[in-house]
Design a protein around this ligand. Structure first.
Ligand SMILES: Nc1nc2c(c(=O)[nH]1)N[C@H]1C(S)=C(S)[C@@H](COP(=O)(O)O)O[C@H]1N2
Ligand SMILES: [Mo]
Length: 220
């Protein structure tokens, strides 16, 4: 852990890099979330596809930790028991994956990112977040997006514990951004003064990733 390199170069990694280079799935259309629930270039699915770098870490509840570090008043290093003792919330939200599938009405349970941040207390200079997961995956986003009202550190989906393939025991869900920002098997949250590219962001994907502005790829 500690570097941002991919764990494996899977077929998906290779094709997604190519899509970024070719601008695949860009429709050139723009819509607003309140006007149109389904973002441009997306189609609805009923099932829930699994997408990751191909390594699905097995994390025992005994060794699981969540760290919050960087520009915070209080550094956190939470055990599973401590995390479960935090206020539990439920959120209903849609998923929008950059590979063009969307899935409506997912019911999540867990700790809202706002409740976690209330505990850590971000310093005034903290503007960005870098997420690091147990499989070595990293992704970045602005602190204000991480702290969105419906963003949640989810441990359950549809009333059942989150399965390992979908990021269990805990994953982030930031529904208003493309799903690659929603780190599965989340291990560490670093608050920083500046934006730094995570794994897909270094591979041609957008630093923010707003589906309604179709921010799939970086400009260059
Ligand atoms: N740790 C980790 N989180 C990750 C990924 C990953 O490879 N590793 N892939 C991202 C991508 S590209 C997507 S689309 C979603 C897929 O989540 P799902 O498999 O639950 O549908 O997880 C995101 N979070
Ligand atoms: Mo994705």
């Amino acid at each position: 852990m500690g570097d941002d390199h991919p764990t494996t170069d899977t077929k998906l990694t290779t094709s997604k890099r190519r899509w970024a280079a070719e601008g695949k799935f860009l429709t050139g259309r723009v819509s607003r979330p309140d006007a149109e629930r389904l973002p441009p270039g997306q189609h609805l699915v009923k099932d829930w596809p699994v997408l990751d770098l191909g390594q699905q870490p097995a994390i025992s509840i005994e060794t699981w930790r969540l760290e919050v570090r960087g520009l915070v008043e209080t550094t956190l290093d939470l055990t599973w028991t401590a995390f479960q003792a935090l206020e539990q919330s439920t959120k209903l939200s849609d998923i929008h994956c950059v590979t063009t599938w969307s899935r409506y009405d997912n019911k999540w349970k867990g700790v809202s990112t706002r409740d976690l941040l209330d505990l850590a207390m971000p310093k005034a200079e903290a503007d960005y977040v870098m997420l690091t997961s147990y499989d070595g995956y990293t992704t970045n986003l602005p602190l204000s997006d991480f702290a969105a009202e419906d963003a949640i550190l989810a441990t359950a989906w549809e009333g059942r514990p989150l399965t390992r393939d979908h990021g269990g025991p805990m994953r982030l869900v930031v529904p208003h951004l493309y799903f690659w920002k929603s780190a599965k098997w989340l291990r560490r949250i670093d608050l920083a003064p500046a934006d730094k590219a995570g794994f897909w962001e270094k591979n041609g994907y957008h630093m923010l990733g707003d589906p309604w502005r179709e921010q799939r790829y970086s400009a260059d």
